[in-house]
Write a protein that binds this ligand. Structure first.
Ligand code: ATP
Length: 298
């Protein structure tokens, strides 16, 4: 569990590979259940899944409507049973608090759980996470979010895709895509900038709400193991700032940018990734593996 953007998907795959059992992952993020808007909903990509099988990730048709927590309990419960029947370990990652709650509680004794669970909560200090999330929105915009939203709105059937209508980006960009083509460029730009600002705000708000709900589960007695990933995010942000500075330097040295620039960029990128991955392994992976292995031995 954890707020949007905190690294749950990466941790679930890393743990599935490292825990010593064959594991399969069940997504419990309300928006990632549906086909479409892969960038905006931040679905883990196929290479990042590293061969670990995922369930309920992009499997549903958004035109079939919003899933209720009870529907999710049935679907995800069936996935848990299927995975366990094949002798594998189910790893639930996400997401929506009401879905996780509905899947895990005992129907007749809501204070107890219907499975033996090991809970991991990745936490990131809010200002650091928020900083990262705002940059993630910029990155999403650069890597195709606007194109997928334009596709979404260009289909006549979009109002019927009720499963995705609340996904962050859809309501915020509605006005932008509905604006007449005769609007001035200035007007279009200001509506667009406003939408991106709202997407950032709403993403941070979502993260804050999600953490609040996780803390309520913890104080309600769920034995959540908190793993602090703040240093990983500090390192990632620092590395990005450094990359930007380096890029500026490279652009200034035009000759270098033309000849060895590409190679230097690649090398620096690898070095920077290695730096934050080291912190990830020490601060997040090692304690998580320890917690999960101990749970599996009990
Ligand atoms: P809960 O399940 O905790 O009762 P909820 O019904 O508000 O809360 P959340 O999973 O917290 O469900 O999602 C709330 C809203 O946040 C969604 O309706 C959507 O607007 C947005 N949201 C959640 N996950 C994503 C995502 N992956 N991509 C885009 N938007 C999302």
């Amino acid at each position: 569990m954890g707020a949007t953007g905190c690294g749950k998907s990466k941790l679930s795959v890393d743990l599935s590979i490292a825990c010593g059992y064959e594991a399969e992952i069940i997504n419990s993020d309300k928006m990632q259940l549906y086909r479409g808007l892969d960038i905006s909903t931040n679905k883990i990509s196929i290479p990042e899944r590293r061969g670990v099988r995922h369930h309920l990730l992009g499997d549903l048709d958004p035109a079939d409507g919003e899933l209720t927590p009870a529907d999710f309990r049935d679907l995800a419960g069936a996935a848990v049973a299927d995975i366990a029947s094949r002798g594998k370990l189910p790893v639930v990652v996400g997401g929506s608090n009401s879905f996780i709650y509905s899947l895990l509680v005992d129907r007749f004794h809501p204070g107890s759980l219907r499975y033996d669970c090991c809970f991991l909560w990745i936490d990131v200090a809010f200002p650091v996470l928020c900083d990262y999330l705002c940059r993630r929105v910029d990155e999403m915009v650069e890597t195709g979010m606007m194109e997928e939203m334009a596709d979404f709105y260009s289909s006549e059937s979009w109002p019927g895709r009720t499963g995705l209508l609340k996904s962050i980006g859809v309501p915020e960009l509605e006005w932008y895509y509905k604006m007449g083509k005769f609007e001035t460029d200035n007007k279009k730009r200001s509506v667009y900038e406003d939408a991106v600002r709202k997407i950032k705000e709403n993403t941070c708000r979502l993260a804050e709400r999600q953490v609040g709900k996780i803390m309520r589960l913890k104080s309600g007695g769920w034995d959540l193991h908190r793993v602090d990933s703040t240093d990983v995010f500090r390192e990632r942000l620092r590395a990005e700032d450094e990359a930007e500075e380096e890029e500026e330097e490279l652009v200034m040295m035009t000759a270098a940018a033309e000849s060895g620039g590409g190679q230097q960029r690649r090398k620096s990128k690898i070095k920077r990734r290695r730096q934050w991955v080291e912190v990830w392994e020490k601060e997040v992976m090692d304690p998580s593996v320890k917690i999960v292995k101990q749970f599996l031995q009990e």
